[in-house]
Design a protein around this ligand. Structure first.
Ligand code: IPE
Ligand code: IPE
Ligand code: MG
Length: 231
């Protein structure tokens, strides 16, 4: 089988990584952000699309100091890519409902997306305030608005046209979804897009996940047969 075009990762295990070291949860998230930076830089040039789950619609129910720590970490992470945008050729994208984010973070995200939209490198999508079900509901609302305004006819709604209302418009479905930390669930990640993704689970906690671990996942993926329901 060919290399996967699109790899998606559920970066899980930052909390347990921090607990093992008697560190704060936010120290775990900081180590996780560092792991992501290193990994994406190694992957750039080898793979076309990377989508990572950074903050789910359910993660708001974590303790307030963890949520605010995560938001400020995401702001720093985005800022660093803005500062590096001249020497870094990755195309940076964010999926999820940005309306609930603080205006300053949202503006940074939109600025980075605009700044890198023509970059030729790997397309990196960061899922922030993302939930698969929430994304589908938002897409349905937009499609309904187009039906009401007469720009979309209900008969024209099919899997392909509906996909264009999702946050991932223009990005192919993930070929491979990796989850770290041993949990065997999708936790509301890419609910629509994961229909035929190959799943891979790695027992390592996210801050410990390296490029070599990614290559191992890719090798296992390449040894599989994807049938898509056919004989
Ligand atoms: C994943 O790590 C990062 C986020 C959900 C933001 P966790 O914080 O979920 O780590 P564990 O699952 O508690 O170890
Ligand atoms: C999924 O991890 C969300 C992210 C990695 C951002 P969680 O740790 O929030 O998922 P559950 O609660 O174990 O399902
Ligand atoms: Mg977790």
């Amino acid at each position: 089988m060919n290399l996967p075009d699109h790899i998606a990762i559920i970066m899980d295990g930052n909390g347990r990584w921090a607990n093992k070291r008697f560190l704060s949860k936010n120290a775990g998230h900081k180590a996780g952000a560092e792991a992501l930076r290193k990994l994406s830089e190694r992957m750039n040039g080898q793979f076309k699309y990377l989508t990572v789950y950074a903050f789910s619609t359910e993660n708001w129910s974590r303790p307030q100091d963890e949520v605010s720590g995560l938001m400020s970490l995401l702001g720093d992470y985005i800022q660093q890519y803005i500062d590096d945008s001249k020497k870094n050729n990755m195309r940076m994208n964010v999926i999820g409902d940005l309306s609930r984010l603080e205006a300053r973070l949202r503006e940074k995200i939109l600025y980075l997306t605009e700044l890198t939209k023509n970059h030729p490198g790997m397309c990196v999508s960061i899922a922030i305030n993302y939930g698969g079900r929430d994304e589908i509901i938002r897409a349905v609302k937009r499609a309904c608005a187009d039906v009401l305004s007469g720009t979309l006819s209900p008969e024209a709604i099919n899997q392909q046209s509906f996909s264009s209302y999702l946050d991932t418009d223009g990005i192919p479905d993930p070929d491979l979804i990796i989850r770290t930390s041993g949990e065997m669930r999708l936790s509301n990640f890419l609910t629509w897009q994961s229909a035929y993704a190959e799943l891979y689970n790695c027992p390592k906690l996210w801050p410990d996940f390296t490029y070599d671990d990614l290559i191992e996942a890719v090798n296992i993926y390449m040894g599989r047969e994807r049938r898509f329901g056919k004989r």
